[in-house]
Design a protein around this ligand. Structure first.
Ligand code: DBV
Length: 248
């Protein structure tokens, strides 16, 4: 029998993340009302499925925007997309997590993504610490398959990427591997942030240019566009992608 994803939730991952961020001085990151929580129906007239897309966001001294997009669509989808966008006055990568459950299975992506992949000052110390963590978890997960060549500049060599089946086998790996991996990636990210010092204006401008390329790419190629458009319509979805999810 096919396994239903009804009731599947990535909320525990978001709760872990918020706990880990707990030591920092949060400030609100304003999100317009119409994007905070959007509810619609999908599915057929005879079997409607209610869909909620909710946004959680904050900022700190070193993080321009920390945001989570949570899609709950009953038997149709469950998603947590979590991104930390650093201030360009600090030499930091992005934290990116994409935890996606569809009726066809789980699709999981985790990375500390570079703003400028070719800049060794920006990458080397991150990758030296990330790669051992990556290798340990990667060995316990199936490979998610090739990603587009054009996406390569935006991923680190520590990109953890897997597809898992629904049901017990996938659930076990999510508890024993994906959840601790998510938390270790985030712990490393927060350590890097804690020790990051302000950079000068010239360096900050350089980092900002790289951040813009990354954000533009993510907005343009957002793999959720199709799903969000089906659920909430294209006007709302385009505004959400450009003014909330990838708003730099
Ligand atoms: N992805 C987002 C946002 C989402 C979201 C904001 C609000 O960037 C969800 C939701 N990702 C989402 C969905 C799918 C994917 C797929 C719904 C499935 C699309 C589908 O099958 O219809 C990682 N996410 C993917 C894919 C990759 C990533 C490589 C597969 C794309 C494909 O097969 O075409 N997203 C990508 C990535 C990060 C990320 C590397 C950061 C770590 O967030």
């Amino acid at each position: 029998d096919p396994v239903s994803i009804e009731g599947w939730s990535w909320q525990p991952f978001l709760e872990d993340a918020i706990k880990s961020l707990g030591g920092l001085n949060f400030e609100p990151y304003p999100v317009p009302d119409r994007f905070l929580q959007r509810e619609d129906q999908t599915g057929s007239k005879s079997k409607p499925i209610s869909v909620t897309t909710a946004t959680w966001a904050c900022k700190t001294e070193k993080f321009r925007q920390v945001r989570a997009a949570c899609v709950s669509a009953g038997s149709a989808a469950s998603v947590l997309n979590f991104v930390i966008n650093p201030n360009s006055t600090y030499d930091l990568p992005f934290f990116g997590g994409d935890l996606v459950t569809l009726p066809s299975g789980h699709l999981l992506a985790l990375d500390l993504q570079p703003a400028i992949k070719t800049d060794e000052v920006h990458t080397t110390h991150v990758w030296d610490q990330l790669i051992p963590i990556f290798e340990r978890w990667r060995d316990q997960l199936p490979y998610g398959g090739p990603i587009p060549e054009e996406a390569q500049p935006f991923f680190s060599p520590g990109f953890l990427w897997t597809r898992l089946p629904l049901g017990e086998e996938g659930d076990d790996l999510i508890q024993s591997v994906v959840r601790p991996a998510f938390n270790e990636y985030l712990e490393l990210y927060l350590q890097l942030a804690a020790s990051a010092e302000r950079v000068n204006a010239e360096r900050s401008d350089f980092l900002l240019q790289g951040q813009r390329k990354y954000t533009d790419y993510r907005a343009e190629k957002d793999p959720a566009r199709g799903m969000l458009t089906r659920f909430h319509g294209s006007e709302w979805t385009e505004a959400y992608i450009h003014t909330v999810l990838f708003d730099l």
